[in-house]
Design a protein around this ligand. Structure first.
Ligand code: MHF
Ligand code: KIV
Ligand code: MG
Length: 274
């Protein structure tokens, strides 16, 4: 396709369309990408959202956490993806401590939007609600991320399911209400019991995107390398499914993922936590 044809066939996702999709019960599909080639394949397959995740610290750089990732790196990979993705809505992760104070968060978010992202994602509630409010008042679309927030790995002591006991579940529900109230436009729920994720999804007006959060979120996200069945060097989490084995090629895997999420076939009960 040349640039003119691309322009003619553009039906780009916008931020207001996300809430509309939730309202209509149309499941949202999201994957991570870090380069133009995968961004192009996802865009052409009709994927709704592409995340430039700080998971790049693990899958691209080989670290054992997301903590070493920098603003420069997320900006670079966002620019790479944005070169080739025209319809999918691009979301970029604020890396570790880039959201530690409002001014740093605004500087980093501005760079990501100028590199081609349409929304930024940040982990946590509490004082992060002040950051969410500060950015959203400055017209920056926000995706919150709650539950297993990988930037909290040192305090969590590992990648563990969150919100399992009654008190933790109530705290997570309150965090979800708080980030919505602060101005978040979307919410990623990672590794939380399926029933709690369903309750949060019913309670909030903004769409929820699950990863290890059961079938009742408004959409799903997976890390690219995981959905291609690649060995991460760690034990494979429950929520991962190898779509390359289903689709037979990279394009086939992306198409199979979109189909499985939209039909409700993925995630199955065995991909979730109790
Ligand atoms: N390749 C990759 N995929 C990811 O999903 C991902 C990353 N990297 N890096 C950042 C975080 C880390 N993530 C992880 C890593 C491990 C588990 C895991 O092993 N979970 C246990 C849960 C144990 C429990 O508390 O019950 C599992 O058995 O699934 C979960 C999420 C998710 N994110
Ligand atoms: C796993 C997703 C939600 C993420 O934050 C990332 O890839 O960094
Ligand atoms: Mg992330």
């Amino acid at each position: 396709m040349d640039t003119e044809q691309q322009a003619a066939t553009r039906r780009p996702w916008t931020v207001p369309m996300l809430a509309e999709a939730k309202h209509k019960g149309r499941k949202l599909t999201m994957l991570t990408a870090y380069d133009a080639s995968f961004g192009r394949a996802m865009d052409r397959a009709g994927l709704d959202l592409i995340l430039i995740g700080d998971s790049l610290g693990m899958v691209m750089q080989g670290h054992d956490s997301t903590l070493p990732v920098t603003v420069d790196q997320i900006e670079y990979h966002t620019a790479c993806v944005a070169k080739a993705a025209f319809n999918s809505l691009i979301v970029a992760d604020l890396p570790f401590q880039a959201d530690a104070d409002p001014d740093r968060a605004l500087q980093a978010s501005t760079r990501f939007l100028q590199a081609g992202a349409k929304m930024i994602k940040l982990e946590g509630a509490g004082f992060k609600c002040d950051i969410i409010r500060y950015l959203s008042e400055r017209e920056i679309p926000i995706c919150s991320h709650l539950g297993l927030t990988p930037q909290s790995v040192l305090r969590f002591g590992g990648y563990k399911v969150q919100g399992r006991d009654e008190a933790a579940a109530a705290a997570l529900m309150q965090q979800a209400k708080d980030v919505e109230q602060a101005g978040a436009d979307m919410l990623v729920l990672e590794c939380v019991p399926s029933a709690l994720a369903a309750e949060i999804t019913r309670t909030l007006k903004i769409p929820t995107i699950g990863i290890g959060a059961g079938p009742d979120c408004d959409g799903q996200v997976l890390v690219l390398h995981d959905m291609l069945g690649m060995d991460s060097g760690h034990r494979r989490p429950r929520f991962v499914k190898d779509f390359l084995a289903v689709g037979g090629s990279i394009e086939g895997a992306i198409a199979a993922y979109i189909e499985a999420v939209q039909s409700g076939d993925f995630p199955a009960p065995e991909h979730g936590y109790a």
